[in-house]
Design a protein around this ligand. Sequence first.
Ligand code: SF4
Length: 384
Amino acid sequence: MSIELYIHIPFCIRKCNYCDFLSFPIREGAAFFCYMDALCQEVRKTAEHIGMMTPVSTVFIGGGTPSILPPGAIAGLLDKVGSQFALEKGAEISMEANPGTLTREKLDEYRAAGVNRLSIGLQSPDDGLLTRLGRIHTWRDFLDNYDQARKAGFDNINIDMMSGLPGQSEENYEEGLRKVLALKPEHISSYSLILEQGTPFYDDPATLSDLPDEETDRSMYRRTKEILGEYGYHRYEISNYSLMGKECRHNLGYWSGTPYIGLGLGASSYWKEEKSIFPSRFSNTRDLDRYLQDPFIPFEKRDCYERIEEKDYMEEYMFLGLRRMEGVSIKQFDRSFSASMEEVYGSVLKKYEELGLMERRGDQVCLTEAGIDVSDYIFTDFML
Ligand code: SF4
């Protein structure tokens, strides 16, 4: 069975005002080389640990800002991955990039190294909002980078957008979406801003007072589906839209329980040892110095090592699967666990079906449009 790889690059030019991802502001220097060296060691030792040339269906290089790395770094990394794992023919190799850090030279290198899907963090085409978010780029920078990416041959591009931003009106959001749609990317992700503790936005009264009210935020969310639908994009997950056949295979794997190994600082894994019935979950250290000293620690000694019990696995099956518009398969649940979906979740399903928030379509159970609106609330009911 093939696995997925996630590779974390924890560097950004500077920290955005809303960001609580594991990333450090850095522009250049030896840290890049030390980190890539440690990462390559971890790739090698992981392959030795789980089996050399284990088949890999998708690789996702995320961050942080992977495109901040100097020329040659991504090619070197993928070369290492390709020498230790068996990348399947047609494997999806995605990479995150931020406008203002891409050059044609780097883009040509990524293509030549096998990157076949680019995910660009735009967030909004409004320069005023970009400044407020603390982004390093303008709309113009994004357009230049996008154009270069197309010229370099990227034919599978995602653009990340955000809604519910301070000072953002519904009209501003819609206008932004249409500007992006005019570029015909293959995939669009749009997430509502979440104020995370410890970020500059969280403690800033001006940000709090300028946030759209809940109804406007919900309305932006609903309009996303309507507008993207007009342009031929289908929603396949709560916040993800694509042209047919351009869904992100890596993320679909996350939501359907495919095992994955996370490599790099703080990266999480979801992995089933041969002798176990259910997978375990564990993460790498989030301490950069510690990671650089010892980039590979046996899985069971990692931070947050957690053996997943059947009950946890059932919960995850439901609330990760329900994020996908196709929902979850009743038959697959019944085959995978010691009790049927009806026995475990019959009363919860009945309640939400009666409220019109969930529905059955043949063998699948999924959220309705109204259910998607309150999905976070519904998911808590699937905790056992
Ligand atoms: S570019 Fe992305 S990862 Fe980096 S600070 Fe901004 S939001 Fe965080």
